[in-house]
Design a protein around this ligand. Structure first.
Ligand code: AVJ
Length: 314
C-alpha cells in the first residue's frame, strides 16, 4: 500500500502537469471530512441521490428484476458510510430477498464502521467486506456462483476520465454474466452556478479535504509540504461538464519527500490537479457504453433532475 502511494505520488509530481490521485483522499481524516462534505448545504450530490433511494426504493428494486427465489450478490463499489444503500438494504431485507452484501472500499476504517453499523441495524444481513480500489476487486467478480447486482453510486465514476471509465466498465462487464446488473449513480451536467459552490463551500471543508492529501503525504511519506502556501481552486465549465479541483502553489517553493528521497519544485501559480468530477448526460454515458457490453435498461432521477441512477444490464 505504501509502495503504491510512493510510486503514484512520485509519478504525479514528476510530470509537467502535476496531479495526485484523488483515491488517496480517503484516510481517516479524509473520511471524516468527506462525511462533512456530504452534509454541506452546497454539496447537493449526496442529497439528490439519497432522495432517489428514500422515495423510489421500490422502483429501484423493480428495475433490478430480482428473482426472490434466487440468491444473489449485491456488490457496492465505494460503499463509504452506506447511508443511501441502507434505504435499499432495509427494503430488500423486509421483502425477504436472499443475498450477500459485499461493500468494497479503499478505506479500511469506512468498511469496518459500515459493518458494525449494519450488524446493529440489520442483524440478519450477510456482509462480506472487500478492501481495495475498484480495479483491484474486478478479479473477485469472476467467481460466478450467483447472479450479481453491482452498485456504483454517488457519482464515484466521476473521478475517472472518460477513457478510464470506458476501460473500467469494459473490464467490469467482462467479469459479469449475461443479465447481471450495474446500478450506476451519476451527477448530471448543470450550470456552473450550482456545480462550482459544491466544490467551493463557504466553510472551507472542501479546501481542507484537498489539503489533507498533502498532509497525508507529509505524515506517511515524511514530506514537508507547507499547507499555508497551497490554495484550493475548483474550476467548472458547463460546456465540458467536468469539475476540476486544483491546489495552486502561491509562491515558488521546493518540497522534499523523504520516503521518495526526492525534491519537487513548484513555481508561483503552479497547479496540482487533485480531482476531476465528471458530470454526465445520456449522450456521454451512451458513448462510453458503446465500447462496453452494457446497455441502458432504465433511468431514475431525483425531483430536481440533478442526479440520475441508470440501470445497466450486461
Ligand atoms: C465522491 C467522488 C463523487 O467528486 O463529487 C466531493 C468527491 N470531492 N467534494 C465528487 C468530492 C470534493 C465526490 N465523489
Amino acid at each position: 500500500m505504501i509502495d503504491q502511494l510512493k510510486k503514484e505520488v512520485d509519478q504525479g509530481l514528476s510530470t509537467v502537469e502535476k496531479f495526485l490521485p484523488s483515491k488517496y483522499f480517503y484516510d481517516k481524516s479524509g473520511d471524516a471530512l468527506f462525511v462533512k462534505i456530504m452534509n454541506l448545504p452546497e454539496y447537493y450530490v449526496t442529497r439528490a441521490e439519497h432522495e432517489i433511494f428514500k422515495t423510489q426504493t421500490y422502483a429501484i428494486i423493480k428495475s433490478l428484476q430480482l428473482d426472490p427465489d434466487i440468491y444473489f450478490d449485491l456488490i457496492e463499489l465505494g460503499a463509504g458510510d452506506g447511508l443511501k444503500t441502507k434505504e435499499l438494504l432495509r427494503e430488500l431485507d423486509r421483502l425477504n430477498y436472499r443475498f450477500d452484501y459485499m461493500p468494497v472500499d479503499i478505506s479500511q476504517s469506512a468498511l469496518d464502521n459500515l459493518k458494525v453499523d449494519l450488524n446493529k441495524e440489520l442483524p440478519s444481513l450477510s456482509i462480506q467486506k472487500k478492501h481495495g480500489d475498484y480495479f483491484e476487486v474486478l478479479e473477485l467478480l469472476k467467481e460466478n456462483k450467483h447472479p450479481k447486482v453491482i452498485l456504483f453510486l454517488g457519482s464515484n465514476i466521476g473521478n475517472m476520465s472518460d477513457a478510464v471509465a470506458t476501460d473500467f466498465l469494459s473490464k467490469l462487464s467482462d467479469n459479469l454474466q449475461k443479465k447481471d446488473k450495474l446500478f450506476l449513480g451519476v451527477d448530471l451536467i448543470k450550470p456552473a452556478s450550482i456545480v462550482l459552490p459544491a466544490y467551493n463551500d463557504s466553510q472551507g471543508i472542501t479546501a481542507a479535504f484537498n489539503l489533507n492529501l498533502l498532509d497525508r503525504i507529509n505524515r506517511e511519506l515524511e514530506a514537508n509540504f507547507d499547507l499555508q502556501f497551497f490554495k484550493h481552486q475548483p474550476e467548472y465549465k458547463e460546456s465540458d461538464g467536468i469539475a476540476k479541483s486544483y491546489l495552486v502553489s502561491t509562491k515558488a517553493q521546493q518540497v522534499y519527500i523523504a520516503k521518495i528521497n526526492k525534491s519537487f519544485d513548484f513555481f508561483e501559480g503552479e497547479k496540482i490537479l487533485m480531482e476531476i468530477s465528471r458530470k454526465y448526460n445520456d449522450s456521454i454515458l451512451n458513448s462510453i457504453l458503446s465500447k462496453t457490453d452494457f446497455t441502458i435498461k432504465g433511468k431514475i432521477t431525483d425531483s430536481k433532475a440533478y442526479f440520475a441512477n441508470y440501470i445497466l444490464e450486461r
